[in-house]
Design a protein around this ligand. Structure first.
Ligand code: AMP
Ligand code: MG
Length: 438
C-alpha cells in the first residue's frame, strides 16, 4: 500500500501493525532514494575498531589474508602422516621427533614412522596431515606412541589453511550492525579500523504541560518526564547521536518552534505525548504546516495513537532536507513498545542496515492470557524454564500502558498476533527478548 498521510486506509480506526510497518518501510525507502533527503546519511566515516560497536558497516570487509594462515592442529596430540592408518586394529607405533607449539613451528620434516608432539593451533609440520589427540593413544613413552590404525582417519584434527576465510573474500558484508564478534573477527584479520555509516542524528522531545525534568520540584499534578530517558537508553543501544530537545509545553507556538528546531538539527525526530484524541488536533494543524504527517490509530496494545511522516525542508534553514518524524504516544510503556515495533527498524533501515527485524522466538505460557482478536498485543513477561527444561513465560503483573514497572521487571514481550484470541495455559506464544534491544 502506498504511504500517504491522507490515505483513508491508513486513517481507519484500526490499522494493522503490519500495514503500519509496511507504510513506514516504504516512506523510509523513498527518503533514501531522494538523494538529498537525509543530507549526508549515506556518508561514511572510518572509526577505530573499538568505536565501531553497534555501527553499520558501510562496505564489504574483504579478508586481506587466509584464516588460518597455515594448516594447523585442532587438538593437543601428535601429528603424523595419515598414510599409515587402516581399517583393522593393527597397532601403529610412531617415534616422537620433537614438539610444535602454537607460535613456535617445528622446522624439520616428519617422515613415515615418525610423529611430532603438537599443541592446539600449532602449524602442521611438513610431511603431516593428521593429528591423534593425546587421549586416543593406547600407549605413550618418552620416545614413542602407539594406537590402533583404525582409531582415526587421515586428515582428522587438522584445520586447513583458509578454512575460515579466504583472502579477498568478504569476511563481513556491508550493512551489518556490528557486534562484538565482528570486532573480534576484524581484529583476527589485522584490521584496526572500519568504514561505517555516519551516526544518524536523532532528536527527542517530550510534550506535555504536566512534565518536569529531573531536578525540578513536582508541583500538584505534575510528573517527571521518563520518556526522554527510556528513549535515550533505547537509542544508545544503536550508537546514534542523540539531540535532546527537552520538554515542550502543550501550546501550538512552542510545539511549532520545537519541531522546527529539531527538524533543522536532526535526521529523525521522535516526540512522545500529544497525539491522543484530546490533543492531536492542534498537533495536526502544526504538522500540516510543517510537513506530511499522518495520524494513525493502530490496532495494537499498548500504543494505539501514533503520528508518522516527514517534515519538509524548511526554507532558509539548514540542512535543507526532510526529517523523518515519529510522534509516539505519551504513555511510558507505549513509547517503548512503539519504538520496538516501528522506530528501531526504521532507524536501522535509514542507516543502511541489512538486517532490521529483531528476532522472535516461542515459549510456553504458564497461565491463561486474555486476548481480544483484532489487535496485536505486547504483554510484558519473564522468560524461564519448566521442570523439563522447556522455555516458559509468565506475565509481569499489571499490564497498564503507564506502568513502567511491568517493563522494568520483564525480560521479554509476549507478542499476541492480530487475529489471536485467548491463550490457554500450556499454549506456545511468540516472544521477543529485550536483551540487546530494549
Ligand atoms: P498523552 O499521549 O500526551 O495524552 O499522554 C498520555 C499519558 O502519558 C499521560 O498520562 C501523560 O501524563 C503521560 N506522559 C506523557 N508524556 C510523558 C513523559 N514524557 N513521561 C512520563 N509520562 C508521560
Ligand atoms: Mg499530553
Amino acid at each position: 500500500m502506498k504511504y500517504s498521510p491522507n490515505n483513508p486506509i491508513l486513517l481507519t480506526s484500526s490499522l494493522h501493525v503490519d500495514e503500519a510497518r509496511k507504510a513506514i518501510a516504504q516512506l523510509v525507502n523513498e527518503l533514501i532514494a531522494e538523494s538529498n533527503a537525509i543530507g549526508d546519511a549515506s556518508d561514511t566515516e572510518i572509526v577505530s575498531l573499538d568505536q565501531a560497536i553497534n555501527r553499520i558497516l558501510a562496505e564489504d570487509l574483504l579478508s586481506p589474508i587466509d584464516v588460518p594462515a597455515a594448516d594447523n592442529s585442532a587438538m593437543d596430540g601428535y601429528a603424523f602422516n595419515g598414510q599409515c592408518l587402516g581399517t583393522d586394529d593393527a597397532t601403529v607405533s610412531l617415534k616422537i621427533m620433537g614438539t610444535a607449539f602454537a607460535g613456535k613451528p617445528y622446522e624439520g620434516k616428519i617422515n613415515p614412522g615418525e610423529c611430532l608432539k603438537i599443541m592446539t593451533g600449532a602449524v602442521m609440520p611438513a610431511g603431516c596431515d593428521t593429528v591423534i589427540p593425546q587421549e586416543f593413544t593406547s600407549a605413550q613413552t618418552e620416545t614413542h606412541i602407539e594406537f590402533p590404525q583404525n582409531q582415526l582417519k587421515p586428515g582428522e584434527n587438522r584445520r586447513l589453511r583458509g578454512e575460515d576465510l579466504q583472502q579477498g573474500k568478504p569476511a563481513i558484508s556491508a550493512g551489518r550492525l556490528l557486534r562484538p564478534s565482528d570486532l573480534g573477527l576484524a581484529a583476527s584479520l589485522g584490521i584496526a579500523s572500519l568504514k561505517v555509516k555516519r551516526k544518524l542524528k536523532v532528536a527527542i522531545l517530550s510534550s506535555g504541560d504536566e512534565l518536569r525534568s529531573l531536578g525540578q520540584t513536582l508541583d500538584a499534578g505534575s510528573i517527571y518526564d521518563s520518556n526522554r530517558h527510556s528513549l535515550t537508553g533505547l537509542l544508545n543501544r544503536l550508537n546514534l547521536e542523540i539531540i535532546d530537545c527537552g520538554i515542550v509545553r502543550d501550546d501550538p507556538a512552542s510545539l511549532k518552534n520545537a519541531f522546527i528546531d529539531a527538524a533543522t538539527k536532526a535526521d529523525v525526530l521522535i516526540s512522545s505525548g500529544g497525539v491522543s484524541v484530546g490533543e492531536a488536533d492542534f498537533t495536526k494543524q502544526i504538522m500540516q504546516e510543517l510537513g506530511d504527517v499522518g495520524f494513525w490509530k493502530i490496532a495494537m496494545r499498548p500504543g494505539r495513537p501514533m503520528a508518522f511522516g516527514v517534515f519538509k525542508p524548511i526554507a532558509g534553514k539548514l540542512p535543507a532536507r526532510k526529517t523523518l518524524f515519529f510522534g509516539l504516544p505519551g504513555n511510558p510503556v507505549a513509547v517503548m513498545v512503539t519504538f520496538y515495533q516501528f522506530v528501531r527498524s526504521a532507524l536501522l533501515q535509514l542507516n543502511g542496515a541489512n538486517q532490521t527485524e529483531p528476532p522472535i522466538t516461542q515459549a510456553i505460557s504458564e497461565a491463561p492470557i486474555r486476548k481480544k482478536a483484532g489487535r496485536t498485543e505486547f504483554q510484558r513477561a519473564i522468560l524461564g524454564r519448566n521442570a523439563d527444561g522447556r522455555p516458559t513465560v509468565r506475565l509481569t503483573g499489571s499490564q497498564g500502558a503507564g506502568i513502567l514497572r511491568s517493563m522494568s521487571e520483564a525480560n521479554c514481550f509476549v507478542i499476541l498476533a492480530h487475529d489471536q484470541g485467548n491463550i490457554a495455559a500450556g499454549d506456545w506464544v511468540d516472544i521477543a527478548l529485550f536483551d540487546g534491544l530494549l
